[in-house]
Design a binder for this molecule. Structure first.
Ligand code: GAR
Length: 208
């Protein structure tokens, strides 16, 4: 049974998609053992409470020293016994000490087709604003392993989503979530939990 620690910052719809996929059997061999938020206001914390999952908040305000924040996060992850760390709408830059402790064992959902609209400064609604400003006709979402860079790790799954003429950033964000994020994040977890994902030379192979 793969033990998941899910890191969140906001609404937690991706966390909900994971919990629902476990309940419905779309994800097998995995369970969420802890939810970690960097914001006390995150609605994701209520979703965790409703599902009876232990949740904690680690904020920069409570840990003004960066190294203290980093080490607290690392300790909480280790104490949870997590095998896989899932960044599900987590807006914290993962410290190098955590990346080093979990090589190819941290995954992230990004709301665009990497390598487009990714990297420093591209997160949340801003990604969709940038997509609309550029006028691309197709966007999507990407699940990837986390390495020392921002959105640079090996890509596990991607799914394309059409941009519609006249979309607002919020309309596009919702379509990308519904058609891509809530589909490929649970799918990637299920593949990993069932031993189907390997990484070779920075590329992901998925067993049939
Ligand atoms: C999601 O769209 C996720 O892809 C994005 O934040 C949103 C969180 O929504 N993540 C990033 O931008 C990370 N670079 P949620 O809290 O409802 O899951």
């Amino acid at each position: 049974m793969l033990r998941l620690a899910v890191m969140v910052s906001g609404g937690g719809t991706n966390l909900q998609a994971i919990l629902d996929a476990i309940d419905s059997g779309k994800i097998t061999n995995a369970k969420v053992v802890k939810v970690i938020s960097n914001s006390k206001k995150a609605y994701a914390l209520e979703r965790a409470a409703k599902a009876g999952i232990p949740a904690i908040c680690i904020t920069r305000a409570d840990h003004p020293e960066k190294e203290d924040f980093n080490q607290t996060l690392l300790r909480e992850l280790q104490e949870s016994g997590a095998d896989l760390v899932v960044l599900a709408g987590c807006l914290v830059v993962i410290p190098q000490c955590v990346v080093d402790a979990y090589p190819n064992r941290i995954i992230n959902i990004h709301p665009a087709l990497i390598p487009s609209f990714c990297g420093t400064g591209y997160y949340g609604l801003g990604v969709h604003e940038a997509v609309l400003a550029r006028g691309v006709k197709v966007t999507g979402a990407t699940v990837h392993f986390v390495d020392g860079g921002t959105d640079t790790g090996p890509i596990i799954l991607q799914k394309a989503v059409e941009v519609h003429q006249g979309d607002t950033p919020k309309e596009l964000q919702l379509r990308v979530m519904q058609e891509a994020e809530w589909v490929i994040l649970p799918k990637a977890i299920d593949l990993i939990a069932n031993g189907k994902v390997s990484v070779e030379d920075g590329h992901v192979n998925i067993a049939e």
